[in-house]
Design a protein around this ligand. Sequence first.
Ligand code: GS8
Length: 216
Amino acid sequence: MALKLYGVSFSTCTASAFGALYEKGVDFEFVPVNLSVGEHKQPEFLAKNPFGVIPVLEDDGVNFFESRAINHYVAHKYKDQGTDLIRHKNVKEAGLVGVWVEVESQTFNPAISPIIYQLYVNPLHGETADHSVVEAAVEKLGKVLDVYEAHLATSKYLAGDFFSMADVNHFAYTNYLMKTPHATVVNSRPHVKAWWEDISSRPALKKVADGMTLSV
Ligand code: GS8
């Protein structure tokens, strides 16, 4: 049975999984989940992910959820095809990919996600953005990106001079951020800007961006 990705192409977490699948050149079937009718809260979907959130990757009857874990699985299962996202032939480089995958999850994402939720997700639910939350998050993200700026001055990509899963995992949220006036938080830091321009011009990630149709 072919791999199946359940989700919504405009959702950041689904987009992140698309990023790894496209970079690896994996054949898969995309199964749209209708969030507006609560399909993800129905027993059929809950059997795949008991937390009732997208995305889910199904491989031969086994269900994987959590976008970062999905990307980890895809990168390992298809380690010999497409972009080597995990540097599986070099244990130190692989360790550094692990470091920056964690930085995205533990430090970058908590700073950027309130901006995206307030500006893109709240309006989907008929709620207005709380700009005080956005401003506080932009300030927090700026401090995180100061560290990135110094790091990227000596490293072309996050884990080293090679593109990896760490870069993929940053793509979806940053892509939405860059469509807002808060793109300045990236554009005002020359090395972060150059890194973003590099990764966002990759064909696989441009294809992901094409599906990210929400606008502010
Ligand atoms: C988050 C999943 C999630 O919140 C991951 O996969 O990385 N840590 C998990 N998914 C959201 C869409 S994210 O764009 C979702 O399913 N929201 C619908 C809901 O909560 O009802």
